[in-house]
Ligand binder design. Structure first.
Ligand SMILES: *Cc1c(COP(=O)(O)O)cnc(C)c1O
Length: 395
């Protein structure tokens, strides 16, 4: 390919329709209509209706967990969980995660304490946690990223030794297994996101999983008076309900999970095969899990070997309608409001800084085909081959 064959330099975009990074689940009209007919017949939209009840039972069965508590979205779920656990003061979490992980703590009146991550696995660096623990720290929040997981065994051991409760933001990890056990069963609680871009979609939605009956009772009471079960004392409540419309979509998406997982795995393997031939692009394998949902394709760009910076590559691909992302840029410690509130973190998160400067996420999910992956990778190869020219023209 020559320079003027790239959309960045005036050619037509390689893809007519934008290729997204997220899952974007759309069942057929027939199934959609079928699922919504009952809602219309019952004339019942929300307040822990039959579809939400069914979804909770099916999720608990699928994951093998005692309680699956569906909520409006994962961020609300994270806020409710912090409250239900009675956390006070500070909570340790990785600096390399989606802003909502920390914002949920701020909403719950807690101070996030940022921990740097492991450069290989992208997950919280267990060796750095000890130094962050002081008398005010009341919990550790692990974040399970990219269809992978933290080193849950070591993290649990550390939390036990330190006498701190552990819970997880598992927004990326629905359906993944750790040592053969479904995520959703670890720590005090795990929170999944069913946002439209995640592998299990309720369009918006989430679910708190726990095997702790007391915590579950508190969570149900915080969520709302509907479906609360036995009334228990809570400090405050929130409207965190999931609607019947959300549950209807999620039930179909759960039924199709094995197909969507398999498809993602095939796309991931194809990326793996194609990217292997391109210098400077390193695919990140899902960390630590015995089974992955392959929700994301994450790649590290080595600017010197590849020839283009990560950000120039993003501009190049976006102009081709390949909607790549640079998730978690610039890291929690450099994001508003924390960059102003906690200036002491600058310079202390070298791995988070490196990863947020070099990672890129490629399209995967229901709207992406294997043929699309091959075309994306061909473009990547051609861009590498004329990278010097691209750089000089773009300067
Ligand atoms: C998507 C996501 C969230 C938030 O989920 P919502 O359902 O959109 O509130 C939280 N944490 C991580 C790591 C995420 O990727």
């Amino acid at each position: 390919m020559r320079l003027n064959e790239f959309a960045l330099f005036g050619a037509k975009p390689a893809f007519e329709r934008p290729l997204p990074v997220g899952q974007l689940y759309f069942p057929s009209w027939e199934r959609y209509e079928n699922a919504f007919r009952g809602i219309f017949e019952r004339q019942y939209y929300t307040n822990q209706g039959p579809l939400t009840e069914l979804l909770e039972a099916e999720l608990a069965g699928f994951l093998g967990v005692r309680h699956a508590i569906c909520v409006t979205n994962a961020t609300i779920g994270l806020m409710m969980t912090a409250d239900a656990m009675g956390l006070k003061g500070k909570v340790i979490l990785p600096a390399f995660t989606f802003i909502a992980s920390a914002q949920a703590l701020t909403w719950a009146g807690l101070e996030p304490v940022f921990c740097d991550v492991d450069i290989e696995s992208h997950h919280i660096d267990i060796n750095r946690i000890d130094d962050l623990i002081d008398g005010k720290v009341s919990a550790i929040m692990g974040v399970n990223l990219w269809g992978g997981a933290c080193d849950i065994s070591l993290l649990s051991e550390l939390a036990t030794v330190k006498g701190l409760p552990l819970y997880f933001d598992s927004a990326h990890a629905f359906g993944c297994e750790y040592e053969g056990i479904h995520l959703g069963n670890f720590g005090f609680a795990e929170i999944f996101s069913f946002h439209a871009t995640k592998i299990l979609s309720a369009t918006e939605g989430g679910c708190i999983c726990t095997n702790d009956d007391t915590l579950a009772a508190r969570l149900r009471n915080i969520r709302s008076s509907y479906g609360a079960g036995e009334p228990v004392d809570v400090v405050r409540t929130a409207n965190g309900r999931m609607s019947e419309a959300q549950a209807a979509i999620a039930l179909m998406s759960l039924e199709d999970f094995p197909i969507n997982q398999k498809k993602n795995e095939i796309l991931y393997r194809r990326y793996e095969q194609e990217l292997n031939a391109i210098p400077g692009l390193y695919l990140i394998a899902p960390a630590g899990v015995s089974f992955s949902n392959y929700q994301y394709v994450v790649c590290r760009v080595d600017e010197n070997e590849y020839g283009l910076s990560r950000d120039l590559l993003i501009d190049l691909l976006k102009s081709e309608n390949i909607l790549v992302r640079r998730y978690f840029y610039p890291g929690l410690h450099r994001s508003v409001p924390y960059v102003y509130k906690f200036p002491e973190y600058q310079g202390c998160m070298p791995n988070t800084d490196k990863l947020s400067a070099s990672c890129i996420q490629f399209p995967i999910g229901a709207l992406v085909s294997e043929e699309n992956v091959v075309r994306i990778c061909n473009l990547l190869m051609h861009a590498h081959q004329i990278s010097t020219e691209i750089r000089s023209r773009h300067a």
